[in-house]
Design a protein around this ligand. Structure first.
Ligand code: PLP
Length: 403
């Protein structure tokens, strides 16, 4: 087993051209206009949530993702919170999501006073399973006045939050199709998937066709991106809401800025709002990063393709993008034999200075959510026992090759 572990460590070290020393899981790269924009920002004195970089960052992300409007937030978690409020999640409602996700997804549901219901994921996408979702809905939902209620608890089901795990798009078109039948709005947790695209497949006269690739986060009613330090692109901290509905985007901006009514000097607020708008300083950093995104994505794809080939030679399963989707390969992942091998490899690789991490503990196992409703989670558990993330930073070596 040690030999196998050493071979994996060697592959990582070879790809990062780092025969020794520490290799992090995902470190940011600052190789563009970061310092210039930050200096400009400080010189302008507009360092807080009003300023040209904030507006520009929203416009550029909307353009990049192909959404009608984008609204910035302080981070991905409060962007998710706001998205849920905007689609109408209220206290005591239930929200469907996956157990295999980062804690922020479930926390945002809790901030609304709502309860998550955990559904299984698919093995190929690592994201919410449309089949499992549909069978859960068929078994547990009663529709009254066009609203879906959980038959067992009597609670309203007011949203569904699928997540694009490690940047790999889930089958979002199928999920939305199913949720539409039940009148359940979909909020896409696209926190990890900036630069990931999905193409909805259509069956026409017995043949399967793929549509044009569309950016993740633009399929649901609202999509959420994160710019945390470990994501594909960082603003230091930050989040973005993606909309195809300008009116909903206007409401979002209003709520993120303390619901203040526009007036030259009066302080009138017409709702309980939030102080969720990203500062100009962070937007300056984010904008400089965005200019380099296509290079980052190329470098990440080159690394993932190398990993894929190298692990194939070792007969180790590497998680690849699915047919009909284009992943940003935010965090690369391999699947080991079982939990025991996973644990031993984590111990071995981290001890060697190659940072590796297991997938998140399934959220239904955490103390705060142990009473939450969970469907059958066979695949989530199977993945949690085996999946390990391996170093995935953009390397300058790769970037030079792509210029
Ligand atoms: C990173 C992340 C978030 C939250 O983003 P922050 O900007 O760190 O608040 C939400 N959901 C998922 C799946 C994430 O990976």
């Amino acid at each position: 087993m040690t030999r196998k572990f050493q071979e994996i460590v060697d592959i990582v070290r070879y790809n990062f051209k780092q025969p020794e020393g520490f290799i992090p899981l995902h470190a940011p790269t600052f190789n563009g206009n970061e310092k210039k924009y930050l200096e400009e920002c400080i010189d302008s004195t507009f360092v807080s949530s009003v300023g040209k970089f904030v507006d520009q960052f929203e416009e550029e992300i909307a353009k990049y993702t192909g959404s009608k409007k984008a609204v910035v937030c302080m981070n991905g978690t409060n962007a998710l919170h706001l998205a849920l409020l905007l689609v109408g999640v209220e206290r005591d409602d239930e929200v469907l999501t996956q157990a295999l996700t980062f804690i922020a997804t479930a926390n945002a549901i809790s901030y609304c006073g709502a309860f998550p219901v955990f559904i299984d994921v698919d093995k190929d996408t690592l994201g919410l399973s449309p089949q499992k979702l549909e069978s859960w809905l068929i078994k547990n939902v009663q529709i009254r006045n066009n609203i879906s209620y959980n038959k067992n608890t009597g609670k309203k089901i007011s949203a569904c939050v699928p997540m694009h795990t490690f940047g790999h798009p889930c089958k979002i078109d199928k999920i939305i199709e199913i949720c539409e039948k039940y009148n359940i709005p979909v909020v896409e947790d696209a926190a990890e998937s900036l630069g990931s695209y999905y193409s909805p497949s259509k069956i026409h006269k017995g043949n399967i066709f793929s549509d044009k690739l569309k950016h993740t986060g633009t399929f649901g009613k609202i999509g959420v991106i994160s710019f945390n330090g470990n994501k594909v692109l960082t603003a230091g901290g930050g989040g973005m809401l993606l909309f195809n509905d300008s009116e909903l985007a206007r409401k979002a901006k209003h709520l993120t800025t303390q619901a203040k009514v526009t007036h030259k000097w009066e302080f009138i607020h017409d709702a309980i709002g939030y102080n969720y708008r990203m500062p100009n300083l962070n937007a300056a950093l984010g904008l400089a990063q965005l200019e380099q995104l296509s290079g980052f994505l190329k470098a990440k794809r080159i690394l993932a393709l190398k990993y894929k080939e190298q692990f194939q030679n070792l007969d180790i399963e590497f998680v690849s993008e699915c047919h009909g989707s284009q992943s940003n390969y935010w965090l690369n992942a391999i699947l080991l034999k079982d939990r025991k091998e996973r644990d031993r490899f984590l111990e071995y690789s981290n001890h060697q200075g190659v940072m590796t991490r297991p997938v998140w503990e399934l959220i239904n196992n955490l103390s705060m959510f142990k009473n939450a409703h969970s469907d059958d989670l066979t695949i989530s558990k199977w993945l949690a026992d085996r999946l390990v993330n391996i170093p995935s930073s953009v390397t300058l070596i790769n970037l030079k090759h792509t210029k």
